[in-house]
Design a protein. Structure first.
Lengths: 312, 284
């Protein structure tokens, strides 16, 4: 009896006080945790909306033409009522996929065009851009600051500004309507240089100094130290580049007239709603490489994006 | 002293590393751009010097005025929206215990999705008898002509937000990670709550990120043309007719004098923005 009164009153022992404090803290912790989980659940809704378009495209691949017509009839053929879309097909089928792979040789040509353009551009950027980034990041010659600013400005110029200048050169070099005409200007894009610059810049000078004392020349230092230590930046730039050029629309639209030269990104919009089955399948075929690169390189991608945000 | 000497010795070697890149940049961008500046002051056919006539023609052009005002409206609506929403997402996501990485991946994924891959989805969603209208109808709200009315502008805004939210969120997260945790701990000891911490510590510390993010988002906003063009073609509803449409249509009509003047003007605006950005960076 007496002890209870004491506990309820102000005569708490030090140990009791500690216990109470821990309890309160524990309670607050639980509350915080619940709030935290609630935020996760709440964010789940917008997240679901964001993935929906991708799930949509994927589910379309496994739908037969008949089912597609049923669901999308009001959109495709002006049928009565409204469109519906169950994310899981009633009777899953691979027939649209087979149709696309067997019956449309065009698809293969354009898929290959996309691959060729993207990989050539990235290879060129590696060859030209990596040394340029190294040169900008690790040497201090007169005019370096000016060059840096020039590269930054060019990186941020929208295509609409460069459209006419590039057209003029391509016409002079008679590269219009050729793949080289798309590849070459992109190889000299300053964007990857800027990203890699940021990573090369972060390599401690002491390491390079040590190599120099050991008698390593500039080229050797670049190849043996710069490239390995800056590899995260190189990978980041390549991943950002892949996503950009795989999705390239403006340049081929402006400079390529011959259909056989087109990349997938120009071919897809030509598939009308009446061939929705083929359309979804082709769209997903284009989506898969990009998603794989994204999933495989997400960490590098994030680093590459963040590289632009950190000030010089 | 010694260090300075060794550095100086290697000075010009740096230029050798840059030379191939610089040569390409000069050939494909710098020299032709200088030519475009010249052309912007000459007539397209005769090549005669005409002073500012091309610029005057461009600014007086009704299509240009429509496109410029749409582009400006798009920027003024989208930028604050994107920046605020992505900041909110980043702050909420930063301290999550569960699902942080999954949510981050989901937000970032649209960046990887080629615009051409979702054209069909966009068309089915925003068609008059499409899925969004089907939902609205069920809710008793009636149909909206998404692509045929001023709502086309909203479609454009949604596309831009969908594509760029994750990108901006990563930029914000990078900014947030740069704020030392000690400041928060000190504030907590002084009894500051979550909201107070956000207003008095987080926001002021993100000022320099804000500027970078604004400029990068503005420049990414030019790429919304892809979605717009894919969904609605060369001549979309007039509420989503952007400068990018106009330039590419002028290009098809070979109106090089007009494009030259317009490109130089756009380049000038972008240039001024970037210089301001650099000034900001240097002041830090």
């Amino acid at each position: 009896m007496r002890t209870i009164v004491l506990r309820g009153g102000s005569h708490m022992t030090a140990a009791d006080k500690g216990q109470a404090k821990r309890n309160r803290k524990g309670q607050a912790g639980v509350k915080k945790k619940i709030l935290n989980i609630m935020i996760t659940v709440l964010l789940g809704f917008p997240a679901a909306v964001m993935v929906f378009p991708v799930l949509f495209a994927f589910s379309g691949v496994f739908m037969s033409g008949y089912e597609l017509k049923q669901y999308l009839g009001p959109v495709l053929a002006g049928a009565e009522g409204m469109a519906r879309w169950p994310l899981v097909p009633h009777i899953p089928t691979l027939s649209p996929l087979v149709e696309l792979l067997i019956d449309s040789p065009q698809f293969f040509v354009m898929f290959w065009n996309s691959v060729k353009l993207t990989l050539s551009i990235l290879a060129g950027q590696l060859l030209v851009g990596v040394p340029a980034a190294w040169g900008l990041a690790r040497f201090s010659f007169p005019g370096r600051k000016l060059l840096y600013t020039l590269y930054l400005v060019l990186m941020l110029m929208p295509f609409q500004v460069l459209m006419l200048p590039q057209y003029i050169v391509l016409e002079r070099l008679s590269l219009l309507d050729t793949h080289a005409g798309i590849i070459l200007p992109a190889v000299f894009s300053t964007f990857p240089v800027f990203i890699m610059y940021r990573f090369f810049h972060g390599i401690p000078e002491a390491i390079l100094e040590a190599a120099r004392i050991d008698g390593a020349g500039n080229l050797r230092i670049f190849l043996m130290i710069g490239i390995p230590l800056g590899s995260a930046g190189i990978v980041s730039a390549m991943i950002l580049g892949f996503l950009e050029y795989w999705n390239m629309i403006e340049q081929p639209m402006t400079y390529l007239k011959t259909r056989a030269q087109w990349p997938l990104s120009l071919f897809l919009p030509e598939i009308g709603l009446d061939e929705a089955g083929t359309g979804f399948t082709a769209a997903v075929m284009m989506l898969i490489p990009a998603l794989l690169v994204f999933l495989g390189g997400q960490d590098y991608l994030e680093q590459g994006i963040a590289a632009a945000a950190v000030k010089e | 002293m010694r260090k300075k000497k060794t550095r100086k010795k290697q000075d010009w070697a740096g230029l050798l590393f840059i030379l191939p890149s610089l040569a390409g940049v000069a050939v494909f961008t710098l020299i032709p751009f200088a030519d475009v500046i010249r052309r912007s002051f000459t007539a397209a056919v005769t090549g005669m010097w005409v002073g500012f006539t091309n610029y005057r023609t461009v600014f007086a052009n009704t299509a240009f005025r429509l496109a410029a005002s749409n582009t400006l409206r798009f920027t003024l609506v989208c930028l604050p929206l994107l920046i605020a929403v992505s900041l909110a997402l980043a702050v909420l996501l930063q301290n999550l215990i569960f699902g942080k990485n999954l949510l981050k991946s989901i937000c970032l994924m649209p960046m990887a999705v080629p615009a051409a891959s979702v054209v069909l989805v966009w068309k089915v969603l925003f068609h008059r008898h499409g899925l969004i209208n089907a939902l609205l109808e069920k809710a008793g709200l009636g149909q909206i002509g998404w692509m045929e009315t001023g709502c086309a502008f909203a479609v454009l805004v949604v596309s831009y937000l969908w594509k760029n939210l994750g990108y901006d969120m990563i930029l914000w997260l990078a900014g947030l990670a740069g704020i030392p945790t000690e400041i928060y701990e000190a504030a907590r000891v002084d009894g500051a709550g979550d909201w107070k911490c956000f207003l008095l510590i987080t926001l002021p510390n993100l000022k320099s990120s804000l500027y970078t993010i604004t400029v990068l988002s503005f420049l990414n906003s030019f790429k919304v043309f892809r979605e717009a063009w894919l969904v609605a073609g060369d001549y979309p509803h007039q509420s989503m007719y952007l400068l990018q449409h106009l330039y590419s249509n002028w290009f098809r009509d070979l109106a090089f004098d007009k494009i030259a003047a317009a490109a130089v003007t756009t380049a000038g605006i972008v240039f001024v923005l970037i210089m301001l950005l650099q000034r900001m960076w240097e002041q830090e």
